[in-house]
Design a protein around this ligand. Structure first.
Ligand code: TRP
Ligand code: SF4
Length: 540
């Protein structure tokens, strides 16, 4: 591979600049898990993979970070998971190709990773369920233990890591992951991932990690290595197999990783494909001005079948007495091109290709083409034909041909005690290993969205939108049963449901969930030799 640093491909830059306003974001009202929270007195949202992210305002993630609303793509998912239907999965990047692959029975993958720093809890269950669901939809699914990250970024010993790793795996299996169809691995034992991390690390530099993660001169090198390892995890399904739409289900705190992975994946690409109108190079903004000028060719060209660059330059100048600086640049470029015809074409740029690959691509292009030093203009291919040809050539010549990885984001659960759900505060969460009775007790002790008195509750209704117990129903206890989730919600807000009996019911459901789950874990304990993952680290 060559190692020229490149800016992100047009593909990924374009997608990441798409920000959505979320004014229209509404999950089916009764099912919404936050009542469309509208806190505006909150701190600036920062997404920090190693910090203690609490997200106070999910809207900011759309506006500031360019995460798209899951709602807007829900209709394109054939058989959406209840976490999607209920708005628990609230956002995504570029999930459409995954949804399309699912619909068309084409290959797709899903991957997520777990840092073995403690017991798996009901928050992790969301991600386990997302992976399992993608597997049931026919995806090629990967679950990994981020042991290198836990060791480097969290200082866990290998002994602790082994214990927790096993617990994560057992819960994942107990919830329905099929190890025959899917892949389990740990970072430390996966040579392919480590090699890929090394290659991707060539495309990233320190300043970038500094600005994305706030790393500084004190950050240890292994922590940085755990970042490139995660980049490799994210690209791994496409590297071991063919390039295919791949989704990474995670919490929004992992979004910085996803964005960097999308950039790095793009930077390894041999070729970039874009539209152009003349021989000179243009930016995205300049291109859209050219597109407009081309569309109006009838108005100014002596021969509209052959509009000239200078003619277009004059037309643009006539449109306004006060050209923007981009418009002026375009006019300049068009004037320099003089009589050259303005003519749409698909341009394939050489970004990282080997000489051989560039030569092969030239040969592979059918129809009219023009070859330049660093690009080829094609006149008879559309953009998607050109992109797939370029990808084929890249793959034949040893490149990865990565598609930009996609992501979906789930809401964080509120802690049972009201604040943040935190692994270090046992009463705030329910561990999948909690004794079922203990789990039930935690539910009974949980904070609620109830009123001060039963009378008031009957009169005003409960605040299900602010109730951690309602969240338990919506995220877990109601399982696939939307009617039941809706019933709990309606009864609560209509004052028919009182917190005592509501928690009682939730506690019972939790108790049976935990005992069932733990029984399945026990069954898997005897079958661990069937799975292909080393549960005892070779490191000590
Ligand atoms: N960094 C993730 C965490 O903190 C774990 C992780 C490692 C991961 N590799 C990954 C998550 C790849 C998603 C995809 O939990
Ligand atoms: Fe929460 Fe149930 Fe009370 Fe409503 S009735 S506030 S859902 S505990």
């Amino acid at each position: 591979m060559t190692s020229e640093r490149e800016t992100p491909s047009d593909e990924s830059r374009h997608e990441d600049s798409l920000t959505n306003s979320c004014s229209s974001w509404q999950a089916p009202e009764q099912l919404r898990t936050d009542g469309g929270s509208t806190a505006d007195d909150v701190d600036d949202t920062v997404l920090d993979p190693w910090g203690s992210s609490t997200i106070n305002d999910y809207r900011k993630l759309f506006e500031e970070f360019g995460i798209e609303q899951f709602e807007s793509i829900l209709d394109e998912v054939s058989n959406p998971h209840y976490l999607m239907r209920r708005g628990v999965i609230f956002g995504h990047r570029d999930y459409r190709p995954v949804a399309e692959a699912m619909q068309n029975n084409e290959p797709f993958a899903a991957l997520s990773g777990f840092m073995p720093t403690g017991d798996p809890h009901i928050g992790h269950k969301l991600v386990f369920d997302e992976l399992i669901w993608h597997q049931q939809q026919g995806g090629d699914v990967y679950a990994l233990i981020a042991d290198l990250e836990a060791h480097a970024a969290r200082g866990m010993t290998w002994g602790e890591i082994d214990q927790h790793a096993k617990d994560y795996i057992l819960s994942l299996l107990a919830l329905g992951f099929d190890p025959e169809q899917g892949t389990l691995y740990r970072q430390s034992e996966n040579r392919g991932v480590q090699d890929l991390a090394f290659e991707l690390g060539i495309e990233a530099n320190f300043s970038e990690l500094e600005s994305i993660y706030g790393f500084d001169g004190e950050t240890d090198v292994s922590h940085m290595q755990s970042v490139v390892t995660q980049m490799a995890d994210i690209c791994y399904p496409q590297a071991v197999d063919q390039p295919k739409p791949t989704v990474i289900p995670v919490g929004p705190d992992q979004d910085p990783h996803v964005r960097l992975a999308r950039d790095l994946a793009a930077r390894t690409r041999y070729f970039g494909v874009s539209e152009a109108y003349a021989s000179f190079a243009v930016t995205d903004e300049e291109r859209s001005i050219l597109a407009t000028a081309f569309a109006h060719r009838e108005e100014y060209a002596e021969d509209p079948d052959r509009p000239r660059c200078v003619e277009a330059a004059t037309w643009i100048e006539e449109q306004s007495s006060n050209l923007s600086s981009v418009e002026r640049t375009v006019v300049q470029k068009l004037e320099n091109a003089g009589k050259e015809p303005l003519r749409p074409r698909v341009r394939i740029l050489n970004r990282n290709a080997t000489d051989d690959a560039f030569e092969s691509l030239i040969e592979a292009i059918d129809g009219e083409k023009r070859v330049y030093d660093e690009h080829i203009d094609t006149f008879d291919l559309d953009q998607s034909q050109a992109a797939s040809l370029a990808r084929d050539v890249e793959l034949e010549h040893g490149g990865y041909g990565f598609l930009p990885p996609a992501s979906i984001y789930h809401r964080f659960m509120t802690g049972l005690t009201g604040g943040k759900m935190s692994s270090s505060v046992p009463a705030s969460h329910i561990s999948l290993l909690d004794d079922p009775e203990r789990g039930a007790k935690k539910v009974q002790a949980a904070a609620t969205g109830g009123r001060e008195t039963a009378d008031k509750q009957r009169e005003l209704g409960g605040k299900a939108d602010e109730c951690p117990v309602y969240e338990l129903y919506a995220y877990l206890l109601a399982d696939d049963n939307d009617e039941f989730a809706t019933e709990v919600y309606e009864e609560c807000v209509n004052g028919k449901r009182l917190c005592g009996s509501c928690k009682e019911q939730a506690a019972d459901l939790m108790e049976s969930f935990l005992s069932d789950h733990q029984q399945k874990r026990d069954e898997w304990k005897d079958r661990l030799d069937e799975i292909d993952i080393n549960l005892e680290s070779s490191r000590q």
